[in-house]
Design a protein around this ligand. Structure first.
Ligand code: ZN
Length: 137
């Protein structure tokens, strides 16, 4: 069974249940669809937002959240394996590398928003690491 939201030529909307879309087409063609409010036979399918059950919606959100967590974990893992952790020296190190005063390498560490903004304004390529609240809470 499928449910269609129907609307007549006077804008009354109502619902109709049909075995399938062919059954709807057949009834519509024979003029069997009648508006229950005004008895108009000029009835058509109303545009309807796809119906998603709450459960399916929640499952989808959970799946997306899981994928997001995995992505964040992977990014962090990649950075931690390929870059040197410099902690709070990050702004200075990043600057030193950018200006050729330190060995060119990938680093990561701590920076305040202001530090990061200054670095970016100077043209030092920095990017924030994604973080998420602990998944095991
Ligand atoms: Zn009507």
């Amino acid at each position: 069974m499928i449910r269609y939201k129907l609307v007549c030529n006077k804008d009354h909307d109502f619902e109709g249940w049909f075995r399938d879309s062919a059954a709807y087409d057949a009834q519509a063609k024979k003029g069997l669809l009648v508006c229950p409010t005004c008895n108009s036979k000029r009835v058509a399918k109303a545009p309807m937002a796809p119906a998603v059950s709450k459960k399916a919606e929640l499952a989808e959100v959970a799946t997306k959240a899981k994928a997001m967590r995995e992505w964040v974990t992977n990014v962090r893992k990649h950075v931690e394996q390929n870059a040197e952790y410099v902690g709070e020296r990050f702004p200075n190190e990043a600057r030193a590398i950018h200006y050729g005063d330190a060995k060119e390498r990938q680093i990561y560490g701590e920076a305040t928003l202001d530090d990061a903004r200054e670095l970016i304004e100077e043209g030092v390529p920095v990017a924030p690491l994604p973080s998420l609240p602990r998944a095991d809470s």
